[in-house]
Design a binder for this molecule. Structure first.
Ligand code: ADP
Length: 225
């Protein structure tokens, strides 16, 4: 199993009230699986994804990524483990504004101890995502589609086992959305695991199965005739 989430819950305290962002959610992703998490804004999708990725510790429950609990590690070990095993893609790209395209793509290599052949791999990723002409540009000079392609290349640099994507097509035109979704599907077809958070039905169509969240809980949708 690449990712195992067992009965995790996460609450936020907002002034007087407690928000149950994720409420007793379990799911599993095995090698080659592409799973979409679907649901309306505010239902807990991002919180679930961050918890799955070792970025936000749930209050209760357990997260296991390739057999290890990231929250039982020291912060440094967790950061290194994340960089080696998980690629992240976000709606807002989260590129480093003062680094070039190539430097952004190479940035996950800094978090790992050794990564032979990483420069060659960055070159291959630049080519694969049609970014060769943009190598020395900073993100502000790029289109949204180019920025997300840089983020995809960065996510793939360390040859992770899991890709976690939070609304990666939310700011993209149809053509670039297809590039990103096809890339996620290809990653799963090569034995990786994908967790895609989205409210876009076109994106869900690329996944093997969808899990529906409502108010922090997994629900079984009522099928319309
Ligand atoms: P989604 O990704 O489905 O839009 P989120 O996981 O972002 O849902 O949010 C789930 C709920 O938790 C929402 O009610 C949101 O307002 C709340 N929430 C998310 N992050 C925080 C935070 N850092 N502090 C307080 N409340 C938060």
């Amino acid at each position: 199993m690449l990712l195992q989430i067992d009965k995790i819950s996460k609450t936020y305290q907002e002034s007087e009230s407690v928000i149950h962002a994720v409420d007793d959610v379990s799911l599993q992703i095995s090698a080659g699986e592409f799973i979409a998490i679907q649901g309306p804004s505010g239902c807990g999708k991002s919180t679930l994804l961050l918890s799955a990725g070792g970025l936000l510790k749930p209050d209760t429950g357990k997260v296991t990524v390739i057999g290890r609990d990231p929250y039982s590690m020291t912060p440094d070990d967790r950061a290194e483990f994340r960089a080696e095993t998980i690629g992240f893609v976000f709606q807002q790209f989260h590129l480093v504004p003062y680094l070039t395209v190539l430097e952004n793509i190479l940035s996950p290599a800094m978090a790992t101890k050794q990564n032979p052949g990483v420069r060659d791999r960055a070159g291959q990723l630049l080519e694969r995502f049609g970014l060769t002409e943009r190598t020395g540009h900073v993100p502000s000079k790029l289109s949204s589609g180019e920025r997300q392609r840089v983020a995809m290349a960065r996510a793939l640099l360390n040859q992770p086992k899991l890709l976690l994507a939070d609304e990666p097509t939310g700011n993209l035109d149809q053509e670039n959305a297809e590039i990103v979704l096809n890339c996620l599907a290809e990653f799963a077809s090569e034995g990786g695991g994908v967790l895609l958070v989205t409210h876009d039905d076109r994106a869900v169509a690329h996944a093997h199965r969808a899990i529906h969240l409502l108010a922090g809980k997994v629900i079984t949708p009522v099928m319309s005739k």
